[in-house]
Design a protein around this ligand. Structure first.
Ligand SMILES: NC(=O)c1ccc[n+]([C@@H]2O[C@H](COP(=O)([O-])OP(=O)(O)OC[C@H]3O[C@@H](n4cnc5c(N)ncnc54)[C@H](OP(=O)(O)O)[C@@H]3O)[C@@H](O)[C@H]2O)c1
Length: 262
């Protein structure tokens, strides 16, 4: 299976010298830094000379990774406001915000009938919390003269709807759309917006889906490398090579795929 892994997700690591040139001395706020992709990325950002502000709920995990740590629960508006205020107080502004924190739920609709909180939780972590955080930080980024907003997204938002992933993909799509709509306004202020559409990454997020364990995917560190490339090049989007044709074919694929259960 490893050849298939390499074909679907070739390991393209970012040049450390270019990463250092892009980030040295910059202030980078990284959400979801306690585990998985975020923890791997935190190490690479620190090695590149960035001042990395780490945010998540698990403070102990964050403290093991760096010294600028913020306890953040994206589902709690007061927590988001407090973290934004603390970041502005401590650092004045940020150059880069990486919206990496995420919550995924895979559950059949008929098993979620008494679980409306599934949808509320995903919306809180993947959409409403990040929007609230970004709104609070935007004025200082504009005053500073620019920056970058990075959305760590999923290939699923650019594919036909996938059964059982409604709560996760609807909330990831919401933030993707929100950021896309912000692009024209923010461009004039020198703020680049980048959506990175990741395929399967083997982290604690994907681990509960046993079928995924043997599927080709990236490690957390390989996904962190992809994000580093997004920080160097600041493209509007970054995605695996095969996603564009799948996206174009989506209107054709949507109906046939509705007959399959995943
Ligand atoms: N794994 C994949 O296959 C895959 C594929 C495509 C995209 N992605 C995206 O990649 C990003 C990172 O995922 P991962 O695979 O590294 O998952 P992970 O290992 O589960 O890490 C998720 C991170 O989000 C944080 N988080 C969760 N709930 C939070 C909350 N309420 N408030 C603040 N932070 C919260 C967690 O920290 P605490 O628990 O300490 O709060 C953790 O640091 C996510 O946005 C995910 O959607 C993942």
């Amino acid at each position: 299976m490893s050849w298939l892994s390499r074909l679907l997700a070739p390991p393209l690591c970012a040049d450390p010298a270019l990463l250092r040139r892009a980030l040295e001395g910059k202030t980078v706020l990284l959400t979801g830094a306690s585990y998985g992709i975020g923890a791997a990325l935190a190490v690479r950002l620190r090695q590149a000379g960035a001042r990395v502000l780490l945010a998540a709920r698990s403070l102990e995990q964050l403290q093991a990774l760096g010294s600028h740590v913020y306890a953040l629960d994206l589902r709690d508006s007061a927590s988001v406001d407090q973290v934004a205020a603390a970041v502005l107080r401590d650092h004045g502004s940020v150059d880069v915000v990486i919206h990496n924190a995420g919550k995924s739920i895979r559950r059949p609709l008929l098993k979620a009938l008494d679980r409306p909180h599934d949808f509320e939780r995903c919306m809180g972590v993947n959409y409403l919390g990040p929007v609230r955080l970004q709104l609070a930080l935007l004025p200082s980024m504009i005053a500073r003269g620019g920056g970058q907003i990075v959305n760590v997204s999923s290939v699923g938002v650019r594919m036909p709807p996938v059964a059982q992933w409604a709560a996760y993909l609807a909330s990831k799509s919401a933030f993707d759309h929100w950021l896309g709509a912000a692009v024209p306004e923010l461009r004039g202020y020198g703020i680049a917006c980048t959506s990175v559409y990741l395929g399967l990454v083997h982290t604690r997020m994907s681990a509960p889906t046993k079928q995924y364990a043997s599927l080709p995917g990236l490690s957390a560190d390989e996904a962190a490398c992809v994000l580093c490339r997004a920080l160097i090049r600041r493209p509007r989007s970054l995605q695996p090579w095969w996603l564009a044709p799948v996206h174009w074919l989506s209107p054709v694929l949507e109906r046939p795929l509705e007959w399959f259960r995943f």
